[in-house]
Design a protein around this ligand. Sequence first.
Ligand code: ZN
Length: 349
Amino acid sequence: MSKFASFKNKDEKFSIQSAVLPLLNEGEILVKNLCTSICRSDIHTFQGKRIEKSPTILGHEIVGLIQELGPNAPIKDLKGTPLKIGDKITWAIYASSPDDLLSKAAMPQKAKDLFKYGHELITETSHFHGGLSEHTILRKNTPIVVLTPALPDEIASLINCSVSTVAGAIRLAGALNNKSVAVYGTGMLGIIACAMASKMGASDVIAIDENTTRLITSKKFGATETYLPNETLKNKVDIVLEFSGAVLAMQNSINYLKIGGVAIWIGAVFPQPAVQLNAEYIIRNILSIKGLHNYNNEDFINAVNFIEANYSFFDFQSLIKKGFDLDEVQAAFEYASDQNPFRVTIDLS
Ligand SMILES: [Zn+2]
């Protein structure tokens, strides 16, 4: 038997249930979950701002240990490291068909047969697909990377959503060398973006937020300057990474750009009113706007490499509120929703 927290909707509390672990199918891997962090999108679902299929097991920022390899399970991870029982691993939020044209075009997160951990329906035969659970069953075609055992679980759990999404945004922005990079919104993703941009050679890392406490934090993670949203940055930056999802922020992000600049919009993953833009301004200033949802395999590998190289350099632990176990998921979500810390983690070890 294995325990999990079932989520129905914002009006019902999480219910702790258990089910028998099934025999593994072709290509599957059983993972003993170690730690799950509560992503902003989980909180939006908890608050009813997003509606997911339910009942479901929320939580997709997960790290765990390989407990069992199913028949014809993959023998190597994305980096070519052999997979064995006891390995500490992270895996992508998605599993999809590698033969689909979207996978071949480096967008596996949108490809055929898409399955997303932490977003699937609980059925009589399918339970273990979310992080608020003692176990996860990784299905065939799940991108996996083996982690260094020394990496703390709480930091490792951030890799497969927050860090990978930031890596994807930076890929879309292009080389950062000697570029001025603005990071709009300094929640978990924005803080990671400051850290990554500073390590990737940006000349300036400009953090923008209405929360001055978060701006102070951003300076410990590579931000060189901080601004409130109403302070003018007109035509000052080469790249804007927009994580807040606020309409005004997306409009401002265009005005901040120098000629030839690029805005990457990542934050607006909930129902939105339209953004007002002036086409002539975009054309005459040769601006680009790119959207990013989730990330791809290359971003996922880059995220693992960044965290393994820098987890001692940046104090990510200081951003994480620990101490909740699986039976305390309701309290953990209420804390995350009311107190709004950078991250709250569930200890499953
Ligand atoms: Zn997420």
